[in-house]
Design a protein around this ligand. Structure first.
Ligand code: ZN
Length: 226
């Protein structure tokens, strides 16, 4: 499982190349779709030939650009509980965890054209039908429908916004591990992340903002936070 991160102004998108298919995890804001398209083309991937777009959650800075990017040619996959965010075209109320979060919130919290996701994941979805040996597993936490993409033990995992790396959307100190800007309960998010690490034993975590980070470093952060 090879992961290439595309850094967009507000968040990351990740290309996962499998043996027979390519899946994009997260798709940035609606306003960033041209940037994302250009980055994918530079990586040799025509967006409409992706096998699927998997959204770690429904927030505008991860899901807002998906339909714009791939039209109806590529299935968009989301956790069942976050489908309502896509259908509404805006985030539910975000709870800021610090002052920076309050300041950046107007930029992250923009609406997008509502759309209906194609595949809803209630529990877990085997992505091998999209040519990638990995699973999308709904874990909740950051949002009720938040999912992670995990491979075999010892491989990387994509964990969305359960934790963030660095300041200013990960542009400064991207490997510094910090609780996310917006969360109702950052301790719960870290508990969820701890369970993901224990169960799937990834070696590296790819994040929605900043990262990637080594798992040992994340475990240190989690134990420091307790
Ligand atoms: Zn989020």
């Amino acid at each position: 499982m090879e992961i290439v991160t595309v850094r967009l102004p507000a968040s990351n998108a990740h290309l996962i190349r499998g043996r027979t298919g390519i899946v994009l995890v997260d798709a940035g804001t609606q306003g960033a779709h041209r940037k994302l398209r250009a980055a994918l083309l530079r990586a040799g991937v025509e967006p409409r030939r992706l096998d699927a777009v998997v959204l770690t959650h429904g927030h505008a800075d991860h899901a807002g650009g998906a339909r714009e990017l791939v039209g109806t040619d590529v299935p968009i996959v989301v956790g069942t509980f976050d489908a309502a965010i896509l259908a509404a075209g805006h985030n539910p109320p975000l709870v800021s965890t610090n002052l920076t979060a309050k300041m950046i919130r107007p930029f992250v919290d923009r609406g997008f054209d509502p759309y209906v996701a194609d595949v809803l994941v209630e529990d877990a979805l085997d992505l091998s039908s999209f040519g990638v040996s990995a699973h999308a597993v709904v874990v909740g936490g950051h949002t009720r429908g938040s999912l992670v993409v995990v491979g075999r033990p010892g491989q990387a995992a994509v964990v969305g916004d359960l934790i963030r790396g660095g300041h200013f959307g990960g542009t400064l100190l991207p490997s510094k591990r910090l609780p996310h800007y917006f969360s109702e309960d950052t301790a719960r998010d870290l508990d969820v992340l701890h369970d993901v690490i224990a169960r799937y034993q990834p070696d590296r975590l790819y994040l929605g903002h900043g990262g990637p980070v080594a798992v040992e470093a994340v475990l240190e952060t989690i134990s420091d936070a307790k």
